[in-house]
Design a protein around this ligand. Sequence first.
Ligand code: GDP
Length: 318
Amino acid sequence: MKIVALAGGVGGAKLAHGLAQVLPPEDLTVIVNTGDDFEHYGLYICPDLDTVCYTLAGLANPDTGWGRVDETWTVIENASLLGGPDWFRLGDKDLGTHLERTRRLKEGDSLSNITRDFCIAWGIKLTVLPMSDQPVRTMVETDEGELAFQEYFVNRRCEPKVKGFRFDNVDKAKPAPGAKEAIQTADAIVICPSNPWVSIDPILKVISLTPNPLPPGDVRRDKGIPIVAVSPIVGGQAVKGPAAKMYSELGIEPSAFAVAKHYAGLGNGFILDQIDSQLTKSVRGLNMQICVTNTLMKSHDDRKLLASDILDFIGEVV
Ligand code: GDP
């Protein structure tokens, strides 16, 4: 079964890793958000892409979910001593990634080529694609004005009140080479439990994902392929990060139902955490089929179990 997974950082990376344990690598493509990429110390940094790759390669820090395991911080500490900014923590190993990526980008290479080569070097066999080779920048409209995503997320610790989002350059950005083809030949699309506003929406916009992404003439077009989403909001709260806070500040009660509504019309399947099983009826009312299971990926086994539940569920979604 060929699967395309759409992923942001930590939540997306964990499910991508689970899917990688239950699918052969040639059957899995992960398309990753690059809306929160930015330049810092002259380096081109792709936080979500790196989180996904480090997680798939077994190189991620298991405590934070982002950054590298067994990391040291000599460079950033010394830069900070000289007055350099240290609000965005760049570990020494991690810096190697940014240095080499920036060097190749400056030579004119594309982000998708570089990502492919990094995956080979890290022993990742499945396909990981940035959503686009052209930069898209997520801007957060707040009560303190518009902030670049990392400024809001890391430097301001998500404190300003969110009023909306804008994705700079999204209309000009093309899907990365291979992304459209992967979607057209996929048996199903999995929307990982990533932040719907700032991790998944930019991908959906860039790849113009509609309920029927298959080309005219494809026999599956009329039927549509299953598009199943996993809620990043469990029991009314985000497992991590500002997703629930964003819903509240936008005047929407945070819940798995709110996430389902976010994807209604696009997704035809929804994975509800078992503690949200009481929402089954209301999510069904959005014309989505439901799978109730444990979605909290605390261990590697949890990731794999969730991934195999999703594959079983996909077989039932019509
Ligand atoms: P970020 O760019 O690192 O913030 O990454 P994502 O957008 O991929 O992930 C953030 C979202 O993942 C948050 O809204 C979390 O609630 C959600 N998340 C993280 N871990 C889990 C998990 O184990 N299960 C579920 N259901 N959601 C999770």
